[in-house]
Design a protein around this ligand. Structure first.
Ligand code: NDP
Ligand code: OXD
Length: 311
C-alpha cells in the first residue's frame, strides 16, 4: 500500500515532508513521491499540499486524502477531486503559531505601533493616549480551531472578545455569536476585527464595503485567513474615508503580492507574506500519519472536511 506525497512544494520542503512522513507513517505504508517512479494503482492515501488541479484524479484506488494545510479551499476547488474522505490539518503547533501571530498583530494595533511608525517617518516625537486592553474590543470571524484559540489568548490579556461562527459555540470568557444576527452585533463592537474564516462560496468577498460600514469608525482589520475574503478596492476606500484606520494583511488574492500592488506602499496597510502560521513537517507529519492510522483502523480522523459546507 502506498501513500503519495504531492503538492506545490519546493525541493527543500519536499525533502522535509518526505523525511518526516517516512519516519511517522504506520508500519505497512510506504511513501511515494508524485514526481518519482511509482505505481499509481497502489496509491490509497495522498498527503497533499495544494496539488495541481486534476492530478489526484489519476489515482483510481485513492481512499483518503490528508491535507498538509489547514485551509482546503484550493483543494476543494479542483473539479476533478476524487470523492473520498478529506482531512485538513489540525496541528496544535500551527494553532500556537497562529495564536502568537494574532496576539502580536492585535497588541501592535492596540498599542498604536502603526501610528508611531508613521510618526517616526516624520521624525515626530508625540506621546499618544494609552487605553488598556480592557477598553479595546476584538471581534473574531471564524471561531473554529484557530479563531477560538486566538480568542482565549486575547481574553486572557483582558481584551473583551467576541467570536462568530456558523453554528452556536461556547468558549469561557468570550462572547460567542453566530448567524446573521450575531454578525451585526459582533461588527458593531469590534474595534479590531480579525478574520479567521475558511474560504467558501459563502465567505468569499465577505470583507467588503457593507461589512466595513457596520464597524465602529476607525476600526482596524487583521486578515490572516485568505486573500479572497477581502474586496481590495473596498478596503482602500474604507481606509481613505477613515472608516477603517489600519489593516494588517497576511494573505492576498494573488500571492506573491505583485510588486506594483498599491498595498505595498499604503501607509495604513502592513503586508506580511502569508506567514501567520506555517505547517511544520516536524509536528504535522506525526498528525497526518496518525490520521492515516485512524482511517485504516476505521476510527474518526481529526479535521474531517465536510465537502458540502466547504471546510
Ligand atoms: P475551522 O474549520 O476549525 O473553523 C472555521 C470557523 O469558521 C468555524 O467556527 C466555522 O463555524 C466558521 N465559519 C465557516 N463558515 C462560516 C460562515 N459562513 N459563517 C459564519 N461562520 C463560519 O478552521 P481553522 O480555524 O482551522 O482555520 C481557519 C482558516 O484559517 C483556514 O481555512 C485557512 O484559510 C486559514 N489559515 C491561514 C493561515 C495563514 O498562515 N495565514 C494558516 C492556517 C490557516 P462552525 O464552528 O459553526 O463550523
Ligand atoms: C494553511 C495556510 O491553510 O498556511 O495551512 O494558509
Amino acid at each position: 500500500m502506498s501513500a503519495l506525497l504531492i503538492g506545490s512544494l519546493d525541493e527543500a520542503e519536499y525533502a522535509a515532508w518526505r523525511a518526516h512522513l517516512t519516519r511517522a507513517l504506520p508500519a505497512g505504508e510506504s511513501l511515494v513521491l508524485a514526481d518519482g517512479p511509482h505505481d499509481r494503482d497502489a496509491v490509497e492515501i495522498a498527503f497533499v499540499a495544494n496539488p495541481p488541479h486534476g492530478t489526484l484524479a489519476h489515482y483510481r484506488n485513492l481512499r483518503f486524502v490528508q491535507s498538509l494545510w489547514a485551509g482546503v479551499d484550493r483543494l476543494l476547488s479542483d473539479p476533478a477531486l476524487p470523492d473520498v474522505p478529506i482531512a485538513r490539518l489540525v496541528d496544535p503547533d500551527l494553532t500556537q503559531a497562529m495564536v502568537e501571530t494574532v496576539v502580536a498583530h492585535v497588541t501592535a494595533l492596540h498599542r498604536q505601533a502603526p501610528a508611531y511608525a508613521r510618526q517616526q517617518a516624520r521624525r515626530e516625537w508625540k506621546q499618544r493616549a494609552q487605553p488598556l486592553a480592557r477598553e479595546c474590543r476584538v471581534g473574531i470571524l471564524g471561531f473554529g480551531e484557530l479563531g477560538a484559540a486566538a480568542a482565549r489568548a486575547l481574553a486572557a490579556l483582558s481584551f473583551p472578545v467576541s467570536g462568530w461562527s456558523r453554528s452556536p459555540r461556547s468558549v469561557d470568557g468570550v462572547a460567542c455569536l453566530s448567524g446573521d444576527q450575531g454578525i451585526e452585533h459582533l461588527l458593531a463592537q469590534a474595534d479590531i476585527l480579525v478574520n479567521l474564516l475558511p474560504l467558501t462560496p459563502e465567505t468569499t468577498g465577505f470583507l467588503d464595503r457593507d461589512l466595513f460600514a457596520h464597524l465602529p469608525q476607525g476600526a482596524r482589520l487583521v486578515n490572516v485567513a485568505r486573500g479572497a475574503h477581502l474586496v481590495e478596492d473596498d478596503l482602500l476606500a474604507a481606509l481613505d474615508a477613515g472608516q477603517l484606520e489600519h489593516a494588517i494583511l497576511d494573505v492576498f488574492h494573488e500571492e506573491p503580492l505583485p510588486s506594483d500592488h498599491p498595498f505595498w506602499t499604503h501607509e495604513r496597510i502592513n503586508v506580511f507574506p502569508h506567514v501567520a502560521a506555517y505547517s511544520a513537517p516536524e509536528s504535522a507529519a506525526r498528525i497526518a500519519a496518525g490520521n492515516v492510522a485512524a482511517f485504516r483502523a476505521g476510527q474518526p480522523v481529526a479535521g474531517l472536511v465536510d465537502r458540502e459546507r466547504g471546510y
